[in-house]
Design a protein around this ligand. Structure first.
Ligand code: V47
Length: 372
């Protein structure tokens, strides 16, 4: 059944979506400006169901943040600390390996590893960390390091990003998460994260990673000082990257959490904005397979509704999350597998447990036994 849109400006976009025609920059602005979130969501749901039917993906993963020491002082961030800060921490290699194994069960298929830009940890240290994890947990996929961390390691070790990526891949890095992209527009970037690599550098490093056979995710940080033009521009840059490499697996829109950051005066995003962000991204990123509604950032309730507005993934069990919780997230630090399954089923979707690259995972009950 085809709905009558409240916003007549969505009609030409419906025609394009139904015929599989690519949306333009102006279409992107139009969907962002439409208050008809049901209409935009209906369109996004058409695309989502065409690609994935009724399936919603989730995984059983664990986040590891080896250090929060960071030379950058990004205004968007509440996680990074200076080395002299008494609250800062840096794990030893043994602590990383011990942390990875704490409460571990065979059900874990992925370690998601990111951290601050530490002024002293060397490329060799990170390679040893990966090798140690692979030795101890050979079956676990290592999704590690943002493009920003790669850029910084290249600068510090006087190597090219390609050489750094080659070394890390050789040491066991299997793929890369999507963080650090923020907003590519340089005017915005200078204000929210002026110590980071530029948007173009992020895109270049991602392209090299994909050339080396490493898949990655991608993100956009929204809900701060950016406008709709910046967001459409960001998404179209990601789409152009994907046209070149096909290396992007999932896109994750990240709502800015202002607490404990220098931008704490900015109000939090609303449920309406979060849902619209999911729907717009599904419509514009026609070549990125998966759209993830990250429950930590959106809350499980909104992430569940998002499964009917364009998202086909809800992320994982996490165990412990720091970046969003340091910035005031009030969601739990982890969700049990059964709770994720319940959320998905209640949204009328079929839960499919996946590994990092979206291969379905078969389970036996013994996999859930906590080993350590
Ligand atoms: O790079 C930092 C963002 C990212 C704040 O690839 C903030 O599967 C909001 O990238 N408010 C890290 N956002 C998280 C991330 C991610 C999460 C889940 C899954 C995947 C994936 C990637 O969080 C950072 C930055 O963009 N961030 N501080 C903040 N105050």
């Amino acid at each position: 059944m085809t709905p009558v849109f409240e916003d007549a400006r969505l009609e030409p976009i419906r025609a394009k979506v139904q015929s599989g025609e690519r949306l333009t920059y102006d279409d992107g602005i139009a969907v962002y400006r439409s208050a008809d979130v049901l209409g935009v969501g209906w369109l996004a749901n058409q695309v989502r169901e065409r690609l994935h039917g009724n399936r919603t993906f989730f995984n059983v993963n664990r986040h590891i943040n080896p250090t929060d020491v960071c030379v950058a002082s990004c205004k968007l961030c509440a996680f990074g600390k200076k080395a002299r800060d008494p609250k800062a921490y840096t794990m030893s290699l043994e602590q990383v390996w011990e942390h990875a194994g704490r409460g571990w069960s065979e059900a874990v298929t992925e370690f998601h590893i990111v951290g601050g830009l530490h002024p002293e940890l060397t490329l060799d240290w990170y390679c040893q960390m990966l090798r140690g994890l692979k030795e101890r947990f050979p079956q676990v996929h290592l999704k590690a390091f943002t493009m920003v961390e790669i850029g910084y390691l290249a600068q510090r070790s006087k190597l090219t990003p390609r050489q750094v990526l080659e070394r890390l891949k050789d040491a066991g890095m299997d793929s890369m998460p999507g963080g650090g992209a923020e907003i590519f527009n340089e005017r915005v970037r200078r204000i929210i994260c002026d110590h980071k690599i530029t948007g173009n550098q992020w895109l270049e490093i991602a392209e090299i990673a994909h050339e080396l056979g490493l898949h990655s995710n991608c993100t956009m940080l929204y809900g701060h000082i950016e406008n709709e033009e910046d967001r459409v521009d960001h998404l179209l840059h990601l789409r152009a990257l994907q046209d070149k490499t096909s290396g992007l697996v999932a896109y994750i829109p990240l709502a800015f959490h202002p607490d404990n950051t220098p931008l704490h005066h900015i109000p939090k995003t609303t449920g309406f904005a979060d849902i619209r962000e999911i729907a717009v991204s599904r419509l514009l990123l026609d070549n990125v397979p998966h759209i993830k509604a990250y429950w930590v950032m959106m809350t499980p309730k909104i992430a569940q509704i998002a499964q009917r507005f364009g998202a086909d993934d809800i992320d994982g069990t996490l165990v412990e999350e720091r970046i969003y919780h340091d910035a005031g997230a009030t969601t739990s630090q982890n969700l049990r597998r059964g709770e994720l399954v319940r959320l998905i089923k209640e949204a009328g979707r079929e839960p499919v447990e996946r590994d990092t690259l979206y291969h379905p995972v078969e389970r036996t009950e013994s996999a859930f036994t906590v080993l350590v």
